[in-house]
Design a protein around this ligand. Structure first.
Ligand SMILES: Nc1ncnc2c1ncn2[C@@H]1O[C@H](COP(=O)(O)OP(=O)(O)O)[C@@H](O)[C@H]1O
Ligand SMILES: [Mg+2]
Length: 317
């Protein structure tokens, strides 16, 4: 399920003294079957951007097309007029602009609350520190809440919940426990199970490993990779460049509300652009140190320690 973002802007508290433009005219295509990393400094707009993908925030300008659904602040008629405006010179090319707009309108549907609910079933978001959103008395009920809310029977929802709990590594001894008596890492796993229980086509993860110990973070990432291989589209916000290098197929770099780069991890880290002030992945640091000591290392071909190890074996001068 590709996600198209067109001329998207978002302003918090518009027309108030606290007005703040957090997203500024973003155009972006998030491919289907992609593992997309969104990176950028704190405050660059990453969380604001992703919350518009499942309509938790409604854009101030522009539009998103998600699962054939057009998310935009405009009514259909004014959206047509708006498209005419952005397709340029409407007075000369009016017919073309209208045709183009019509093509877009043909495959979108007007948004209704039922459609939004459907959208949220297909696009799951795991917020930063999702464990704070647990509220049911037992783990199993908390995880079953999503599927139940999206219309499954109690039995079906419990089945989905059990499957999701198994995927996050929590066995049946957890089912009847209160989420509040679990450790922080376990609570996070319950919260993630609650999202994946609805089997979303797109899974958005906002810094899901923040605050976890390294082993917990690794297990969490392995779960997301597993879901990715099963066909889930993953959108991951992270500060961890090693995670970006290892897992992402596509990287979006944000700065001050704009997308300043859209590329793949190897190209991004090879270019090593200072103005992005990104941390260098540890693997690159090691590879560069090895090169300085006479090893032949082709950084272009390197995504994991395993790749690096193979090159060391064959490459020592
Ligand atoms: N509810 C809000 N009201 C006003 N400003 C906000 C709100 N949420 C975030 N912002 C501001 O919008 C900008 C982008 O925030 P955010 O999307 O959370 O960035 P990121 O996730 O990249 O750290 C920041 O400057 C932040 O202070
Ligand atoms: Mg954020």
């Amino acid at each position: 399920m590709p996600i198209e973002i067109k001329n998207l802007s978002f302003t918090y508290a518009p027309k108030s003294p606290f007005q703040f433009e957090a997203i500024r005219d973003i155009n972006l295509l998030i491919q289907d079957h992609a593992f997309t990393a969104i990176i950028g400094h704190t405050g660059s707009g990453k969380s604001t951007l992703v919350q518009q993908i499942n309509a938790l925030l409604v854009p101030t300008q522009g539009a998103l097309i998600v699962d054939g659904l057009l998310l935009t602040p405009y009514k259909k008629r004014s959206y047509l007029r708006y498209l005419e405006k952005i397709t340029n010179k409407p007075h000369k090319h009016e017919a073309l602009a209208v045709k183009k707009a019509q093509e877009i309108i043909d495959f979108i549907q007007p948004i209704s609350p039922a459609k939004i609910k459907d959208l949220r079933r297909h696009v799951g978001i795991v917020f930063q520190f999702p464990e704070y959103q647990l509220f049911e008395e037992t783990v199993i009920d908390d995880v079953a809440f999503g599927p139940l809310n999206f219309g499954l029977s109690k039995e079906q929802a419990q089945e989905k919940a059990k499957k999701a709990l198994a995927e996050v590594g929590l066995d049946e001894s957890y089912y009847q426990r209160s989420p509040f008596e679990l450790s922080g890492g376990e609570r996070r796993r319950v919260a993630i199970a609650g999202i994946i229980a609805s089997e979303p086509k797109v899974l958005i993860l906002d810094e899901p490993t923040a605050g976890l110990d390294p082993l917990g973070a690794k297990m969490m990432m392995e779960l997301f990779v597993h879901l990715y291989h099963q066909g889930t589209n993953i959108i991951l916000i992270t500060h961890d460049m090693d995670i970006v290098l290892r897992y992402a197929t596509q990287v979006v770099v944000m700065k001050e509300g704009r997308v300043i780069e859209e590329t793949n991890p190897v190209t991004l880290f090879m270019a090593d652009k200072e103005e992005y002030s990104l941390e260098t992945p540890m693997l690159y640091e090691v590879a560069r140190a090895l090169r300085a000591h006479g090893y032949t290392i082709d950084i272009n071909q390197m995504h994991s320690e395993d790749d690096l190890a193979k090159m060391i074996k064959v490459g020592k001068k």
